[in-house]
Design a protein around this ligand. Structure first.
Ligand code: ADQ
Length: 465
């Protein structure tokens, strides 16, 4: 055990390390993101460690120092990527936790692999952490880790944050290993969830299937007190606003508008290509709006930027096929000389280009069927420096709990979604400003730094029982 100082260090465990391999420079470089930007200073200052997988098959449990952050690699082999990651994480838990909108699969060999990988993560934590450290474990891939770490380090302060929804008990209860998962999570002292409902769902499941007692804010289990509460994730708001103000970035936005033929209205969607994001229903709503509002033809352009995701999982190949077929159908039906309704981009775009797109888009469509939070909604708001633009937001995104001034819509209701889209396209500037000003204030007030600090303070201040 390496205890380099007498202060508590922060030890983060997450599925992925905040690094990626740069093939040109042939070295690991840091991969940016809100979570990383919030935790990097704290990790550096406390001489902490980030534990995670590097995204490739095989390799060693090596230490990688990148940009002053100490990373510990947890290696996964090909079979574990197939069974634990593509299988249990993305074929069982992901669909089940998102309302079971695709049928989750239950396989014992996936589960066994999942347990083994979670144990490896917990062993890695125990290798670098001591009982006085703060261990913060992230997300649905590592739900067994809190209790496994507690086995090694009974007195450690352990926190967990779930980035995706926690489903209601009547969906959660299908998992053959539901008790083990709850016991895993209950190993933490503090559990943060994206929404109030997620925290309550967890507490209800913990009482029903794992023998916990008490309310979410003070659950009792195994003679310990566990606190579960909503603490919605946020973005590095200042960074988005500063980038949006950069003239080069504004030019990227203007270039996009020009390349689209200078339409009156740009409607934007930005998502990982995932069946939870509702891209298919969004395209159907667009088709309906173009059918019922001929005055939009030639004037409203929809840009859908979709990042490739989990391409080895069958359901993802299927949703990609469906989305691309619909793009073809809508364009085939409505395109005219000099204007096509849907511009579809299937790749990850560079950060500046993304911000340029946000800042030029008049309407942002964020219409997931279920989403833990959805950062895209907050990112769009943060870049609207003139307080214009309209956010259309699914009521099933965690973000809807805070961003009430958006046009909130049930994405399954095709008429409501089409109406919201038409209303957004025609919203008077005064109403846009009124709504956007309030939204921006919220996104400025609660940013990722506040979010991280709140979690860390809550983990550190465990009530002794
Ligand atoms: P995701 O499901 O990945 O995250 P989201 O919160 O929208 O969803 O985050 C996606 C991130 O990827 C955003 O920062 C966005 O800017 C970026 N991105 C999306 N499309 C891109 C593109 N084409 N090119 C480049 N970048 C792109 C999970 C949960 C969410 C939760 C987050 C954080 O599913 O509900 O909000 O974790 O907790």
């Amino acid at each position: 055990m390496t205890t380099r100082s007498s202060r508590a260090r922060l030890v983060v465990a997450a599925n992925r390390l905040p690094v990626r391999w740069d093939p040109d420079d042939r070295r690991w470089v840091s991969s940016p993101g809100g979570l990383v930007s919030a935790l990097a200073p704290i990790l550096r200052e406390s001489e902490g460690v980030w534990i995670g997988w590097n995204g490739t098959a095989g390799g060693e449990a090596e230490r990688l120092e990148v940009d002053g952050i100490d990373n510990l690699v947890v290696p996964l082999d090909e079979q574990e990527i197939e069974d634990h990651y593509d299988g249990f994480c993305n074929g069982t838990i992901w669909p089940l936790y998102h309302d079971a909108i695709r049928p989750p699969e239950f396989h014992r060999h996936w589960w066994r692999s999942h347990v083994a990988v979670n144990q490896r993560f917990a062993d890695s934590v125990a290798e670098v952490a001591s009982e006085k450290d703060i261990v913060w474990i992230h997300d649905y891939q590592l739900q067994l880790v809190p209790a496994m770490v507690r086995e090694h380090l009974p007195r450690a302060r352990i926190g967990f944050f779930l980035h995706i929804p926690f489903p209601p008990p009547e969906i959660f209860e299908r998992i053959p290993w539901r008790r083990q998962i709850l016991q895993g999570l209950l190993g933490a002292d503090y559990l943060g969830f994206q929404t109030r409902r997620a925290a309550l769902n967890f507490a209800a499941a913990a009482r029903e299937f794992a023998g916990a007692t008490g309310p979410a804010s003070s659950l009792r289990h195994d003679d310990r007190e566990i606190r579960a509460e909503p603490v919605p994730i946020a973005i590095d708001t200042a960074h988005y606003a500063t980038t949006a103000a950069d003239p080069e970035v504004r030019k990227l936005g203007a270039d996009l508008r020009r390349d689209l033929g200078d339409p009156e209205t740009i409607v934007l969607g930005v998502d990982r290509l995932d069946y939870t994001k509702g891209i298919d229903l969004r395209l159907r709503a667009l088709e309906q709006v173009l059918d019922t509002h001929p005055q939009f033809l030639g004037k409203v352009s929809f840009v859908q930027i979709a990042v490739p995701s989990r391409e080895d999982v069958d359901e993802y190949q299927e949703i990609r096929r469906q989305v691309e077929e619909m793009v073809g159908r809508v364009n085939g039906r409505f395109a005219e000389a000099g204007w096509i309704p849907v511009h579809y981009v299937y790749r990850s775009v560079p950060f500046e280009e993304l911000i340029g797109a946000y800042s030029t888009a008049d309407v942002m469509l964020v219409t997931p069927l279920r989403d833990g939070m959805n950062l895209v909604a907050k990112e769009y708001v943060a870049t609207r420096l003139e307080d214009t633009g309209v956010l259309v937001l699914s009521e099933f995104a965690g973000a809807a709990e805070q961003l009430q001034e958006a046009l909130i819509v049930n994405p399954y209701d095709l008429d409501a979604l089409s109406d919201a889209l038409a209303r957004a396209v025609t919203m008077p500037p005064d109403e846009q400003r009124e709504r956007m000003r309030r939204l921006r204030r919220k996104v400025a007030r609660w940013d990722v730094h506040k979010w991280a600090q709140h979690n860390l303070d809550a983990i550190a201040s465990r009530r002794e029982s």
